[in-house]
Write a protein that binds this ligand. Structure first.
Ligand SMILES: NC(=O)c1ccc[n+]([C@@H]2O[C@H](COP(=O)([O-])OP(=O)(O)OC[C@H]3O[C@@H](n4cnc5c(N)ncnc54)[C@H](O)[C@@H]3O)[C@@H](O)[C@H]2O)c1
Length: 443
């Protein structure tokens, strides 16, 4: 019997699978026994890193820090300086752990440029996909086609066309029994696992209202350098261009929106909201907003209120809270009755680092030849939830999930080359067009 809710597209089994994955159950069993296991010293799990920035470097060190026999054998990045810097950082981190031999990437296995991923993928058993998210649909599709095990960072796309591509490849990954872990690490964090489990067991009754936040001061910005082409400038300053980043509602707030969906066991059916750029208005901030407020509605009529803000001088708040028919859950780990009396407190104080846990469990499964993780579908729908919010704030309209998911507006450039032009370009003074609620067509 199908567990899929036709209206929401939500598949109850996926959430069962996620919790099975994190509690150690297998997804699908008999055929697994024939999957390749990695046992001997000579039989290391070969890993390739695609996108060697902050997170790619961190994920590489985490992969090498598991108890499995893992080696990094290939690296790929759009830029040579980013790749070499990452190599040095991984080398330093592994030297400190006296495991530098696990980094085994000769010069001829370091690839640079837009098609670096095509050269990395054939050389490994596992790929770490950590470029800016705009490239993820192509990188993920290629890795799945090549039959690789995958760790991919969130978000997994920046527009609906990309989300649909990831959903298609996610199905193929399931058929091929390829483990896919997505870096929505709260799913691998003890305090969240226990808290969400209690909420699913009905600790506060039916959830009637959710509030999710990623408010802080914002992130890095890269200056335009002399002689850079427009493509190189946007690639270096990728956070501020939607084809690469998706806006901060997609790039960061996805974590909290994902927790909201996880607790509800559903994806929203529509969204409306408002946003703009009030503080971060310079041309170096490209085209993204500095604040969004979105009301998401689920099929059962309950609402998720979402705030994300990048404004220096304002308080930081990154969290989730829920109200139910029998009580409330004002922050991760806490469950209260309606009067505010705490009736359950799950301490996350001594929890292991979820960034490390996601690699520990993935590589343990791969080493044994087991198929345990199928995170891509939820990764794609969490990404779509954030894109839906952006569509709502950019357009000022009420946006339906189904219409948004079926949008054919692609933000991706027609051609990838250093002298090719991205779709969004600056005016003569260097300013980029900004979405205008009531006027912009974004679906
Ligand atoms: N799970 C988390 O908490 C978390 C934290 C940080 C970042 N991330 C995610 O990780 C991804 C990377 O973020 P980051 O902070 O490492 O950014 P970054 O800028 O430090 O690294 C991105 C790297 O990708 C490279 N790159 C760009 N285009 C490429 C291409 N086509 N092929 C190969 N490499 C390419 C860049 O040159 C850069 O070195 C993003 O999706 C981000 O959202 C997740």
């Amino acid at each position: 019997m199908s567990t899929k809710n036709k209206k929401t597209g939500f598949d109850r089994r996926r959430f069962v699978r996620t919790s099975a994955a994190v509690t150690g159950g297998l997804l699908l069993v008999p055929e697994l026994l024939s999957a390749k296991a990695f046992n001997s010293v000579d039989d290391a799990i070969k890993v390739g890193v695609i996108g060697c920035g902050g997170r790619g470097t961190g994920a590489a060190v985490q992969a090498l820090s598991t108890t499995q026999n893992v080696k990094i054998v290939a690296m790929g990045d759009a830029f040579a300086d980013r790749l070499e810097n990452s190599y040095k950082q991984i080398e330093k981190a592994m030297a400190a752990k006296q495991k530098v031999d696990r980094l085994d990437v000769p010069k001829e296995h370091r690839f640079v440029g837009f098609d670096a991923y095509k050269k990395v993928i054939p050389l490994c058993d596992v790929v770490i996909l950590a470029s800016p998210p705009g490239f993820r649909p192509d990188h993920f599709t290629a890795a799945v086609a090549a039959g690789k095990q995958i760790f991919m960072e969130k978000p997994v796309a920046t527009d609906a066309v990309g989300v649909r591509k990831v959903l298609e490849a996610a199905e193929i990954a399931k058929q091929k029994k390829l483990n896919v872990v997505v870096g929505l690490q709260r799913h691998y964090e003890n305090v969240y696992q226990q808290w969400v489990e209690k909420l699913h067991e009905g600790a506060i009754g039916d959830i009637t209202m959710s509030s999710v936040y990623w408010n802080n001061e914002g992130v890095w910005v890269k200056k335009r350098e002399e002689k850079q082409t427009e493509m190189e400038y946007q690639m270096r300053n990728w956070y501020y261009f939607n084809w690469l980043c998706g806006d901060h509602i997609v790039e960061q707030h996805i974590h909290n929106l994902d927790v909201g969906n996880w607790v509800k066991k559903a994806y929203p059916v529509r969204a409306s909201g408002m946003g703009g750029r009030q503080v971060r208005t310079g041309k170096e901030y490209g085209e993204i907003f500095d604040h969004h407020f979105v009301e998401y509605e689920y099929a059962d009529g309950s609402m998720m209120y979402s705030q994300c803000r990048h404004q220096p001088g304002t308080p930081s708040k990154v969290t989730e809270a829920f109200v139910g028919t029998k009580g409330k859950a004002p922050k991760p780990g806490i469950i209260q009755d309606h009067s505010g009396k705490t009736i359950m407190r799950i301490s996350g104080k001594d929890d292991p680092d979820p960034y490390q846990v996601e690699h520990d469990v993935l590589f343990a499964a791969i080493a044994k030849g087991e198929y345990k993780f199928a995170d891509a579908e939820n990764g794609a729908k969490a990404t779509m939830t954030a894109i839906l919010g952006r569509m709502a704030t950019y357009s000022g309209q009420v946006v339906e999930w189904d219409k948004a998911l079926n949008s054919n507006i692609s933000l991706f450039p027609e051609k990838l080359a250093w002298d090719a032009l991205p779709k969004v370009l600056p005016d003569k003074d260097g300013f980029y067009p900004i979405a205008m609620p009531g006027k912009s067509v974004v679906i």
